[in-house]
Design a protein around this ligand. Structure first.
Ligand code: PHE
Ligand code: ZN
Length: 848
């Protein structure tokens, strides 16, 4: 059943379901095109609900039979599901339905990927498996019987029976349907075990396709570290006898936290030195942790409704960020987080798709798995902790876990735990969840009689549906550095609550330099009058690594903006500052590599737009290329020393090794502009790890070289789908502005291209939209190509189509010609017959 007119769902309309569920028994008789799902569900009236309508969600299900208390019934078909008349007392609902996993290309519900069965139920996919109240506030205990001839049959919870062609699983923890999972296939496990702090032994498995078993060890270590970390840091212990992870090739997102049976996009779990880059290793470690941490923040305590998505996602992202910081370097990790936040969340907050961390309405919830919900959601947790302190934060978390275990709750419930342990009123703070847009924080300074006053004003620009904005609670972490470079006031958190507020530091001898928004203490845009000399001073003396990096970045941005707008020459202040940092052997190589990087073209486009200048993508590209050449020449003497390939046989995927390689490869990409690619060519031939092999290839491609290496890479890796994704991406990402669409189009005809695999589709078309000058080339070729691709993908996979339409979200930044071309493409997408609800909602919002 397909819905006719998409409906908007509102947070304010929430009502509890009229029935609770005492138990769910499911039987699956697997068949590629005719799987039978038999359900037996014990319902009872919910005394807390006033609406007694018995409505079960159901989509694309063929009903074979249904019964209530053993008597056959014919339910009424209604929009999005079925209705039936039920007794005003406990009753048993039974139904048998038929579904077709093989033709399920949307990858939601039960589907097939390379011959294996897999499920994806979050957010509303369970309704494609059987009739059910598919909403997170209905929690139930599941028993699942799987009948199929696959050697491995998995579901949630603990195994209770394993026989020939059958397996039975029982999950003792009540859970919402979105956490249901089933996997069946010819899989091999990488086994291990973990003993919890109370001495319980847990069986751990990573299940993969034959041939991938050598890519599981790193993920397994990450899992064990995560389990230990959650015990040590949050006092949270694992609660089943077994924890399974499965790698699936066709998956819309990164991974999914199904209870006891996490399902991963294979790109987010499979790792090996030869096939994965350092960035892959870091990401895999973080995602394994993220999904594992959901066991408490999401599963044991879940969301009352999908508007509360950030309750589990923001918190779990925050937890995985802290974990990664503990495993690697907090300084480097924080800078990377800020880069991602600005690139994705600030971009979202600045355009037509801006929405609050807790949205108030949606048409398709899949469209709200956004940088705002996830990354800004995590920033809110970080701010809360900064404001109340570490101890109160931990106490509040403990109370939240105690109080709400087994429940489906709201942001109000979460905040109430912290109000209780601190005695604070968090009403104003709560606005971070409801008010969209990135606050602009303006600062000026006054110096008088040994007192430094910092004057702040905050404003948040209007966003769709929210014209008026209130002042937010902004924790501003500040430190003061004396003229000799010593810190005279260590980090202090100023708590701004008004639209305008001043803070004074008294009793200072000489005028210090203020280091403001240390560690990026709030997700705001700081606007501060500061000259190059002060920036260079902070770059050299600040004790806060985020601030030092930030000063370098501001110098780089100003230089580039001046080159773009005034054809200025690269600023010597920038060139000297960056030389000082990258050649400073006392500093962490990973940090130096970050300082080496130039701001992205997209970031520069937004900065120009904010300054009232229409960005010209080609000019931005040219300026950035020109600066790359200048930096290369300016540092030509230092580059050969900075380029230090890993000794063959010594690769380790840890922070230390990865930091050294990122500095070395950053140097290599500059070196390639000077030496005709000699160093990169030899590294490409010798590297014993993917980080350096791909890094060398990338350096060659970005210097306009590397044609034969590209061929060699393909010949070597044609059978490795994850490495081939890199091969596709690199070519599109490094294509010159006038060639990008052509390159992407040609690759879409490559025999290994398919739009049925989200990783492959993103490898080409995600890369195209990320190639700023290429995507926005004046010809409009890339706009048209992407629109063509989205139109043909929509009927196969609406979720990915909708997500990728976000490539157009910045369209209002550009000139009238480009806006006109984009509008034409967006309108063409919207006019597609039977366009999905997902894409319709996204494209309409972008256009509005
Ligand atoms: N809940 C998953 C996560 O954050 C993301 C996800 C959403 C995966 C929807 C699949 C579908 O880890
Ligand atoms: Zn998550």
């Amino acid at each position: 059943m397909k819905d006719a007119a998409p409906q908007t769902i509102h947070l304010k309309d929430y009502t509890p379901f009229g029935y609770r569920i005492d138990s769910v028994e499911l039987t699956f008789k697997l068949h590629p095109t005719a799987t039978r799902v038999i359900s037996k569900i014990a319902f009872a009236p919910n005394p807390a609900a006033s609406d007694t309508r018995f409505f079960l969600h159901g989509e694309e299900l063929e009903l074979i039979s249904a019964a209530i208390d053993g008597a056959p019934v014919i339910p009424r078909k209604v929009e999005g599901g079925i209705e039936a008349d039920v007794p005003d007392a406990p009753f048993v609902w039974e139904a048998e339905v038929e579904i077709s996993p093989e033709t399920n290309t949307a990858l939601e519900g039960l589907y097939m990927s390379n011959g294996m069965y897999s499920t994806q139920c979050e957010a509303e996919g369970f309704r494609k498996i059987t009739f059910y109240p598919d909403r997170p506030d209905v929690m139930a205990v599941f028993t699942v019987r799987i009948e199929g001839d696959q050697p491995v049959l998995l579901s949630n919870g603990n195994p209770v029976e394993r026989g020939d062609g059958v397996a039975v699983w029982h999950d003792p923890w009540p859970k919402p349907s979105y956490l249901f999972a089933l996997v069946a296939g010819e899989l091999i496990n990488h086994p291990d075990s973990f003993t919890t702090k109370s001495g319980k032994e847990v069986e751990l498995n990573i299940w993969v396709r034959p041939g991938d078993e050598d890519k599981c060890a790193f993920g397994m270590e990450a899992l064990k570290k995560s389990m230990k970390w959650d015990e040590d840091t949050y006092g949270r212990e694992y609660d089943l006898d077994i924890f399974n992870i499965v790698a699936v090739d066709d998956f819309n997102m990164g991974a999914m936290e199904n209870k006891g049976l996490n399902i991963f996009n294979s790109s987010c779990v499979l790792a090996s030195q030869a096939t994965s880059t350092d960035a892959n290793f870091e990401r895999i470690e973080g995602i394994i942790a993220h999904e594992y941490f959901h066991n408490w923040t999401g599963n044991r305590i879940t969301c009352r409704d999908w508007f509360q998505l950030c309750l589990k996602e923001g918190l779990t992202v925050y937890r995985d960020q802290m974990f990664s910081g503990d495993m690697r370097s907090h300084a480097v990790k924080r800078i990377e987080e800020v880069m991602i936040l600005r690139a994705r969340q600030f971009r979202e907050d600045n355009g037509p798709l801006a929405h609050p961390v807790r949205p108030e309405s949606f048409v398709e919830i899949n469209n709200f798995y956004t940088a705002t919900v996830y990354e800004k959601g995590a920033e809110i947790i970080g701010m809360l902790r900064r404001l109340i302190g570490d101890e109160a934060y931990r106490k509040g978390c403990d109370l939240y876990f105690d109080r709400h275990d087994g429940e489906a709750v709201t942001i109000e419930d979460w905040l109430a735990s912290f109000e209780e342990v601190t005695g604070r009123d968090l009403a104003q703070f709560k606005q971070w969840y409801s008010q969209a847009g990135t606050p602009r924080l303006k600062m000026s300074e006054t110096w008088e009689d040994g007192a430094l006053t910092l004057n702040f004003t905050q404003t948040t620009p209007p966003t769709p549906g929210q014209k008026e904005k209130n002042p937010q609670v902004i924790p501003i972490a500040v430190g003061l550095i004396g003229p000799n470079g010593d810190e005279v006031v260590p980090t202090t958190v100023l708590e701004m609550t008004e639209a305008e507020q001043s803070f004074t530091f008294e009793g200072l001898g000489a005028r210090p330099v203020a280091s403001v928004l240390r560690d990026f203490s709030a997700p705001v845009i700081l606007e501060r009058e500061i000259d190059d000399a002060t920036r260079a001073f902070l770059l050299a003396h600040d004790t806060d690594p985020f601030q030092t990096w930030e000063m370098g970045r501001m110098l780089a941005k100003d230089t580039l903006i001046a080159m773009i707008v005034r054809d200025a020459a690269p600023a010597p202040a920038y060139l000297d500052a960056i030389r000082a940092v990258v050649t400073d052997e006392t500093q962490d190589p990973a940090f130096r590599a970050l300082v080496f990087g130039l701001p992205s073209q997209d970031d520069l486009a937004q900065t120009l737009f904010d300054a009232g200048i229409t960005p010209d993508p080609q000019k931005i590209y040219d300026a950035r290329e020109s600066l790359r050449h200048t930096v290369a020449r300016h540092l030509s003497d230092a580059l050969p020393t900075l380029f230090r390939p890993t000794e063959p046989g010594t690769f380790t995927p840890d922070a230390e090794g990865s930091g050294r390689r990122s500095l070395s490869l950053a140097a290599l990409s500059y070196l390639a502009l000077l030496d005709g690619g000699a160093a990169a060519t030899s590294l490409f031939a010798q590297a014993d790890n993917m980080t350096e092999q791909a890094g060398a290839l990338q350096a060659l491609l970005s210097a306009g070289l590397g044609t034969s290496e590209l061929q060699a890479f393909e010949a070597q890796w044609k059978d490795d789908r994850l490495v081939m994704d890199k091969w596709f991406t690199m070519q599109v990402a490094s294509a010159a502005p006038d060639k990008a669409a052509e390159v992407a189009e040609a690759l879409s005809h490559h025999p290994a291209f398919t739009n049925k695999n989200p990783n492959r589709f993103r490898a080409v078309f995600g890369a195209l939209s990320a190639n700023h000058a290429g995507f926005h080339h004046a010809s409009g070729a890339a706009y048209k190509l992407l629109a063509d691709q989205l139109i043909s993908l929509d009927s196969l996979n609406p979720q990915i189509t909708a997500r990728m339409s976000g490539a157009f979200e910045t369209w209002k930044r550009y000139d009238a010609d480009r806006q006109g071309m984009i509008r034409t493409e967006l309108e063409r997408i919207l006019a597609t017959p039977n366009l999905s609800r997902d894409t319709t909602e996204m494209v309409s919002r972008i256009l509005s």
